[in-house]
Design a protein around this ligand. Structure first.
Ligand SMILES: *Cc1c(COP(=O)(O)O)cnc(C)c1O
Length: 354
């Protein structure tokens, strides 16, 4: 793509790069030098800018703060063996951000604005892309309403921004999760498929109750019968039962994860049977009891694959078998890592050079 937008860039006079200990970065706490920002005013996107990362001023009546018109994305850029940098499936994040925008009555972000903003920001902060195996640059695009008006209606004005954080390998300690059969994350017809800020806020209280009981995450179930599996925490969930890769089918209450999509595509490539359908808590627990539940894991950008070790169901904990070294979750993780590092054949053309 040729660069068609002029992005006004104000470089930092004091890079923080030298002060960062890349071997000991806590997820989400260290921010790269610059950020991208563009305002939507009077029905039009204004001149985009790259400026030093820093605080900004908002009106106390900012309508995103009051009514939650706020959406985001999470994606990563990876250091390549030849010294370059590549993004994993960025156009999927762009189209999902626009799907979230539509659901929240927010303006569409043009592809070139998203892609060019992303690429120029990462090129400018290219030294912030960590080089150690398994590390990456986490990228947070987001958009929020900016009207200073407390009437309830879609805002007229918005800001779209991107900032980035270097992150290390996410240590996948085996998870303790439990079925949640009282509270719900989202309902059919709601906004659960959108990456909307409010979905996270509403999930915190039930998640906190589970944390207090010693669980890392919940397995959310459907809002009507509280039986059918939706997602695990803020990740999609995949089971391997009886040799088949099984995951809840997408709906308006489930977020269409790009990691989920990628894992299912690789499962197809490996010749495995993939089923996207309803999965009940009872089916999972019966398979576990019968020794047919081989693996269960969360999938999402932050952790890639998060293996589940223990499932709580009706006040009892049940341990899953330990996945063998050639288990699907290990093989798919290795395949994804290789593609992202530019070491495995990228047959689906997922990687985009910065
Ligand atoms: C972001 C997110 C996911 C994972 O999506 P990825 O594109 O794989 O990172 C899953 N569930 C929820 C609720 C999410 O917000």
């Amino acid at each position: 793509m040729i660069d068609i937008l002029p992005i006004h860039t104000q470089r930092t006079a004091a890079s923080r790069l030298e002060s960062v200990d890349f071997a000991h970065i806590e997820f989400g706490k260290v921010f790269s030098d610059h950020m991208f920002a563009v305002d939507f005013i009077n029905g039009e996107w204004q001149e985009p800018q790259i400026v030093p990362y820093g605080d900004m001023v908002v009106s106390p009546a900012n309508s995103a703060l009051h009514y939650g018109q706020a959406i985001f994305e999470g994606m990563k850029a990876y250091h390549q063996a030849d010294g370059g940098v590549a993004l994993f499936r960025p156009l999927d994040n762009w189209s999902r951000l626009n799907a979230s925008a539509e659901r929240m009555c927010m303006p569409e972000i043009p592809e070139e604005l998203f892609m060019q903003g992303l690429k120029e920001l990462i090129r400018l902060d290219t030294k912030w892309v960590p080089t150690a195996a398994g590390s990456s640059l986490y990228i947070r695009p987001f958009m929020f309403a900016t009207d200073g008006f407390i009437g309830v209606r879609p805002s007229f004005n918005y800001r779209f921004m991107i900032f980035t954080c270097p992150v290390n390998t996410y240590y996948n300690k085996p998870l303790r999760v439990r079925f949640e059969q009282k509270y719900v994350r989202s309902a059919e017809g709601g906004a659960g498929y959108a990456k909307a800020a409010g979905n996270y806020g509403g999930a915190m209280y039930p998640s906190k109750l589970a944390h207090d009981q010693g669980y890392h995450n919940l397995i959310w179930t459907d809002a009507t019968e509280h039986q059918y599996v939706e997602e695990s925490g803020t990740m999609n969930i995949i089971f391997v039962m009886d040799g088949k890769v099984i995951t809840p089918a997408l709906s308006t209450s489930i977020l269409d994860g790009i990691t989920r999509r990628s894992v299912l595509a690789l499962a197809h490539d490996m010749g495995l049977t993939v089923e996207e359908r309803k999965v009940s808590s009872r089916e999972v627990m019966e398979a576990l009891a019968a020794g047919k539940l081989e693996e269960a894991f969360g999938v999402g950008t932050a952790a890639t694959i998060a293996p589940i070790a223990t499932i709580g169901y009706q006040d009892q904990d049940y341990d899953l078998p330990v996945a063998a070294s050639n288990a699907f979750s290990h093989r798919v993780r290795a395949a994804l890592d290789a593609i992202r590092a530019g070491e495995g054949a990228d047959v689906h053309n997922w990687m985009v050079r910065v």
